[in-house]
Design a protein around this ligand. Sequence first.
Ligand code: NOJ
Length: 554
Amino acid sequence: MTEPVRERLDLSSKDPNWWRQAVVYQVYPRSFADADGDGLGDLRGITRRLNHLAALGVDALWLSPFYPSELADGGYDVADYRDVDPRLGTLDDFDALAAEAHRLGLKVIVDLVPNHTSHQHVWFREALAAGPGSPARDRYVFREGRGPHGELPPTDWQSVFGGSAWQRVPDGQWYLHLFAPQQPDLNWANEQVRADFRSTLRFWSDRGVDGFRVDVAHALAKDLTEPLRDLGAPELSGEEALGEFPPGTHPFYDRDEVHEIYRDWRKVLDAYRPPRMAVAEAWVPGARRALYARPDELGQAFNFEYLQAGWDAQELRQVIAGSLADARAAGASATWVLSNHDVIRHASRLMLPPGTDENAWLLTGGHAPRVDEAAGLRRARAATLLMLALPGSSYVYQGEELGLPEVADLPVEVLQDPIWEQTGRVRKGRDGCRVPLPWTTTGPSYGFGTGGAWLPQPEWFAQYAVQAQDEVEGSTLEFYRTALRLRRKLQEGESLVWADDSPAGVLDFARTEGWRCVTNLSDTAVDLPPGEVLLSSGPLEDGRLGPDTTVWIA
Ligand code: NOJ
């Protein structure tokens, strides 16, 4: 393989803007690689496999939580923000991982979970012991219940994972948990909470991390003025209902006050050289989302509208143009993501007909409708090549470089996602995209580790293994490697120009210096614009661009 070309995009550690057009690879630590053979991925496993990321040609890795946690929500229930889960390693292992990543020219981003702690966090234990009205309870959101004996939750707010967002404790008070009951929400009006997170940002920044992914960034500020307001209908608790409220007025999502927190953090992050980057996970539409990405706040926000868009040229064009405009107006760089640990892998998702109930599909084990695997892969590769041509940062989820589809038929007995139990076994949850990666075509867990895997891997994983694709012409892995290598050479500037004469169902835009990306989302082959085809996501059809195919042309 040829060396990555870095002359256009300065990714040296001193460049304060390295993240603006980076490709970031998401590692879900439990499922990446298992060095000690206990079936759970760990930090030493990741360090051993960092060469895979370097060879892939990404700029950074983002580690989902690896902190002490009982894994009630896959590690997003953090018991100690400044340590490593003993099952995943030690702080020394983290230092070794970061050092090796930096040696390979990879930046390291860690996940910060500020909306809630684990119920095992020392603060929550103190809060339970200290009782109602105590300063320890003020770090969380404790309230009396309603009803003659306080037996009803304080409000009708619903948890994202299903059921009431309130849980009662033995002394009769209730605490708020927007996610699982094991994830009590913090009270961000409490100065100790704020000070402690500043310390956490410094702790990891001092250890050399290059940035932070901020979990549920839009939920930290809550309207806790008494009496707390009911929402009136369960669905109004969801982010999808934000449009029903005047901007900034939902009781717990996307409130205007949340931005003060990030302005405060930016001062901490900017004290480092280069300043530490941050990216908000904020399921908030359009221009409101971009506010989190302002230069005096986090700098970037995940763009989930792109992920949620259907495989439709008009819709995608609108989302792309809107996202670029929003990011530009906020002074931010845009972001793009097709898969992560919370959604159905895009090699399967993009094939589901518009309007499919994804949970119902998972409950059929992925059989109704049946997804044609080869067609899914073809579409996924086209979507990826389109994404990688867009100005801004792309976030790639582990396993998508192998073309992995969703493991839709996990038997319900093995499910670990709290969503399954919390919805009374109605929603199957997110385990199907979290199955440990296949590295080799044989072996006890396809090279994930020397033992088993915490979620069962299907037999067909063998054909997607890294070993099955490495140096194999036309494989999805080699396709990603080539695309990332080319992107590094071509990427410049943050704008694109749409071709206005493209046929219906075709997206066609030019980046600077004659680099052009054309995607055919229609059902028929179309002529290619003039120029040399640098890379194609699939075979051309007699020199024409077939359906579900993207090309880069120069
Ligand atoms: C978003 C994370 O991506 C998801 O996995 C988690 O369950 C929730 N936030 C709660 O932390």
